[in-house]
Design a protein around this ligand. Structure first.
Ligand code: ASP
Ligand code: MG
Length: 417
């Protein structure tokens, strides 16, 4: 029988009623003729509660103990779901990471997956059982309990699906698919039947929080077809795979996304000589902060401006680091015309992005985007592009408007009835 991996997110198992509903969904998947393997996240809100508990005792809990604590959330949900399945007549057993050997390295709280053994899972489905596996956790090569990063149970599911050569990996969650824009902002956003891995990756990285980015990357690399669907509402959800379809290539833009979690930093009047960008950005990168959207102006009088974005949570630290590097630079390159090197920060920005495989074959997407924003008086502060996306940084107050007008301009609004 073909294998189907199904994953339930925290909201889908947040109470007893929902756990029973998840058990029903699993029973129906079995009726479709699949050998079903289940991956579960902790009951909704549990992981956050555990994080708060640890942090109320210590600002820097030992990462080993943090993993020991956080991994306990999934132990509860797998057992309850297996109990619910057995109760409704579906044979089931729950498993923790070390019981099936979901092996990672020892980097606590963000461990990398090393290998997963699926023999036990094949044996389990062969006798008609449904194995229910704890997502998010791993066991290190030396037997320690690890976790693979918040939201990691999506990745657990995909890794198991790849190892078992599953037909599909279904991610049951609280939304019924991937939309052309956030439906809370755009009333006429529509659910996409299909989306490519490339588009989903751009969207996942840009704030469409449906799937953990790492899980999409892994699926693409191992050709695991993903399907995102609701555990509360019937429907086919959104399939994420490699096949291009007509929509993807006819429409230049498939979706509009936004991200309000960045801040912008400009360093003015930096000397335009080799090594300066490194002197400024190196120490930021060294402290583990990911710098994005870097723009450098053409230099005037051998001085230039350097602008980039950082996650908003790292804004203050980044400014501090820069204010340490700048005096050194000032000494090395004293300004001869009073143009001091200065650092300007702005955390009132949003990044708005249009994504689409169709951009490869359609011209004029950027100009249409800029024209639309201009019509609504929205000033563009920064621009960055890749083969299948165009991102702009604008003032955060215009974020929602920008998403709406771009959604309309690129013909994504649902037909009005
Ligand atoms: N329970 C974990 C978390 O909240 C893993 C997951 O939900 O995927 O991050
Ligand atoms: Mg999740």
């Amino acid at each position: 029988m073909p294998v189907l991996v199904v994953k339930f997110g925290g909201t889908s198992v947040s109470d007893v009623t929902r756990i029973r509903a998840a058990a029903n969904i699993i029973a129906n998947c079995q009726k479709e003729g699949f050998s079903v393997v289940v991956v579960v996240s902790a009951m909704g809100g549990d992981t956050d509660r555990l994080v708060d508990l640890a942090q109320s005792i210590s600002c820097h809990p030992a990462r080993r103990e943090f993993d020991m604590l956080l991994a306990s959330g999934e132990q509860v949900s797998v057992a309850l779901l297996a109990i619910a399945l057995n109760e409704r007549g579906v044979k089931s057993k729950s498993y923790l990471a070390d019981q099936i050997q979901f092996v990672t390295d020892a980097q606590h709280t963000r461990a990398n997956i090393v290998r997963v053994e699926v023999d036990k899972l094949f044996q389990s489905v062969a006798v008609g059982e449904v194995p229910v596996i704890a997502g998010f956790q791993g066991v290190s090569t030396d037997g320690e309990i690890t976790t693979i990063g918040r939201g990691g149970s999506d990745t657990t599911a995909v890794v198991i699906a790849a190892a078992m050569d599953a037909e599909e990996c279904r991610i049951y969650t609280d939304v019924d698919g991937v939309y052309t824009a956030d439906p809370r902002i755009v009333e006429h956003a529509t659910r996409m039947e299909r989306i490519s891995f490339e588009e989903m990756l751009e969207m996942a990285a840009l704030g469409a929080k449906v799937l953990q980015t790492q899980s999409v990357e892994y699926s693409r690399r191992h050709s695991v077809r993903l399907r995102v669907l609701s555990s509360f509402k019937n429907g086919g959800g959104t399939v994420i795979d490699t096949e291009e379809n007509e929509r993807m290539t006819n429409l230049p833009v498939s979706a509009v996304t936004y991200d309000k979690n960045d801040a912008k930093i400009t360093v003015r009047h930096v000397p335009d000589v080799p090594g300066v960008a490194y002197q400024l950005l190196g120490p930021i990168a060294d402290s583990g902060i990911s710098v994005d959207m870097i723009v450098q102006n053409v230099s005037v009088d051998e001085r230039t401006d350097l602008t980039f974005t950082v996650p908003r949570e790292n804004f203050d630290v980044s400014l501090k680091i820069l204010n340490r590097s700048v005096p050194k630079l000032c000494k090395e390159y004293p300004p001869d015309d009073g143009k001091l090197i200065e650092v300007i920060g702005d955390d009132t920005i949003a990044k708005v992005t249009v994504v689409g495989l169709g951009m490869r074959s359609n011209v004029g997407v950027a100009s249409k985007m800029f024209e639309t924003l201009a019509q609504y008086g929205i000033n563009i502060q920064m621009i960055s592009t890749s083969e299948i996306k165009i991102s702009v940084v604008i003032h955060v107050d215009f974020c929602e408007v920008a998403v709406r007008v771009l959604h309309t301009a690129f013909g994504l609004d649902a037909p009005k009835d």
